[in-house]
Write a protein that binds this ligand. Sequence first.
Ligand SMILES: [Zn+2]
Length: 235
Amino acid sequence: MASASVGLAVERCVMRWIVLLAFFLCAHASGDEGIVEVLLRSQQSRLDALPLAPPDSDAVRTLQSAFSELLHFNGVDQPVELRVIEGETVAETLRGRVVVANAALAQQPHAAQLFILAHELGHVVQGHQEEMGAVFQKWVPGAVVQEHTDAVAPMLGREASGLAHRQEFSADAYALRTLCAMGYERDDVVAMFLRMGGMHQATATHPAGAKRVMALRVAPLDEAPAVASVLARAH
Ligand SMILES: [Zn+2]
């Protein structure tokens, strides 16, 4: 995979909340389904549609091994799985506990694999799906009705976008802490982030790459990922 494609991973590792917002505002929710159920169902559809890489391929073995290394190193014992896929998606987290990564990531250096997978794991252990779900629930507390969601969409979109950006910084910091605890130098992690094409413009779900680099340069390293994951589970 070209480095520009991996840059996409940095840019769009994505909890696709904003995209999903547009999706469900256009879709018809069935019966008196709540907003969180609609979002989870949408993510399940997306998950079902992603083409899996051949399970006995080297790429799957490489990435599953890197992911296991992270789970073991950080003492993660909550439900989480990695699905190695093909196609255009590079990496993302769905349903709060399914990390998806493209088989092409296996062609990248081990440290780059660890950073991208650790970033996604950060979304999982820090409970970002639940946190974002609570924002949606706040703005759409009852059944999903088109007229109501249309009315609150601008405010919900703004708040969800702000939270999505904070979650990206938080997942980056988790990945940084993890790699530094594993023995990598902060400067090397930042250089790798830049090499992967991290200097992108801001989007609804992701802060500008320059801000993420600045944050990586100053993020404290003293919060152990294992502790963070315990705290996330406690909420
Ligand atoms: Zn992310």
